[in-house]
Design a protein around this ligand. Structure first.
Ligand SMILES: Cc1cc2nc3c(=O)[nH]c(=O)nc-3n(C[C@H](O)[C@H](O)[C@H](O)COP(=O)(O)O)c2cc1C
Length: 311
């Protein structure tokens, strides 16, 4: 057996150097380059095998009023509210730099209706240099996102509308805030999605002990971090058992063992979210930790355990 297990992963036709992505909105590659220099975005030092952008919307958004975060035991609640430059701002100010990253680029998008999604996908496809799209139908902070991601027929309808517009992989990001995410995942698969990713944040709130009122400016937000890992693991397991398309597993991944657990539960790739705020190099740590776990267990190739859903 070789000393270093192979982490190379084929995902939706993309060749990833490692099966570790970032969760959308939790790692700003442009800011990382500005702060840490070009070294941060070189092959070998970039912490992920593929990069997922912050979700972009057609119009620019300033996001929710403060406060926007609250720390919980083993997690955080955020109500950031999708601040972003909007489609044109993204094309001008961010896409050129993101295209230079040494890994495949997945752009996360959201709109309030199918036509809005279609306009964004059409424009981004024409711009080129994007390897895949993630459809955020699950953000708990934007009302329209909940509706699509909560209803199988809405999800299938969205895919029907978008599938003819691009040959690039379409990844549907599922919400955990439903009783049976596997129903939404099946609808996405039936509509032609290439993969599903889960989980987004769980609806949550916090009360300010001084004012006795909700701490977050928006009143509520989404919980993430290790606190949600067991729930995410179960949802990934249930979805992976139901669909044949690859699953991106996330929710509280902090180390090699937690990444390994998601793969054992059926994920093809794993994303690191909240942990990036604690340590911007968390992706590298998870990758090395995963190698270590595989070495200890005598697994030479991820293919040997992937998709091996626990019964
Ligand atoms: C501050 C913050 C911002 C986020 N922004 C987005 C976003 O723009 N789009 C999206 O699909 N998910 C967003 N997420 C959700 C994460 O991508 C991920 O699905 C979730 O946090 C669970 O993973 P984790 O427990 O490892 O953080 C955000 C999460 C956090 C904590």
């Amino acid at each position: 057996m070789s000393d270093t297990p192979s982490l190379r992963t084929e995902f939706c036709g993309l060749e990833l150097g490692s099966p570790i992505l970032n969760g959308s909105g939790t790692f700003d590659a442009i800011a990382a380059r500005r702060v840490f220099g070009d070294e941060a975005v070189r092959v070998g030092s970039f912490p992920f095998g593929g990069y997922v952008s912050k979700t972009i919307t057609e119009e620019a958004r300033v996001g929710n009023p403060p406060f926007r975060t609250w720390e919980t035991p083993a997690g955080m609640i955020n109500s950031i509210g999708l601040p972003n430059l909007g489609l044109e701002g993204f094309l001008e100010a961010q896409l050129p730099e993101l295209r230079e990253l040494p890994v495949p680029l997945i752009v996360s998008v959201m709109a309030s209706d199918r036509d809005g999604f279609a306009r964004i996908i059409g424009r981004l496809s024409a711009a080129g240099g994007i390897d895949a799209f993630e459809l955020n139908v699950s953000c708990p902070n934007v009302h329209s996102g909940l509706i699509v991601g909560e209803r199988p027929e809405e999800t299938a309808g969205l895919l029907d509308r978008l599938r003819p517009l691009t040959e690039r992989p379409l990844i549907v990001k599922l919400t955990p805030n439903v009783a049976s995410p596997e129903l939404i995942a099946s609808a996405a698969e039936a509509g032609g999605a290439d993969a599903v990713s889960l989980v987004n944040t769980l609806k949550a709130t916090a009360i300010d002990p001084d004012s006795d009122r909700p701490w977050l400016g928006a009143g509520s937000g989404g919980l993430s971090g290790p606190a949600i890992r067991p729930i995410a693991l179960q949802q990934v397991r249930a979805v992976a058992a139901e669909v044949s398309i690859p699953v991106v597993g996330m929710g509280g991944v902090t180390d090699g063992q937690s990444a390994y657990d998601f793969i054992r539960a059926g994920a093809t790739v794993v994303a690191v979210g909240t942990e990036n705020f604690r340590d911007p190099l968390a992706g590298l740590g998870v990758m090395r930790g995963l190698e270590e776990v595989l070495r200890e267990k005598g697994v030479e190739d991820l293919g040997a355990i992937r998709g091996n859903t626990l019964s």
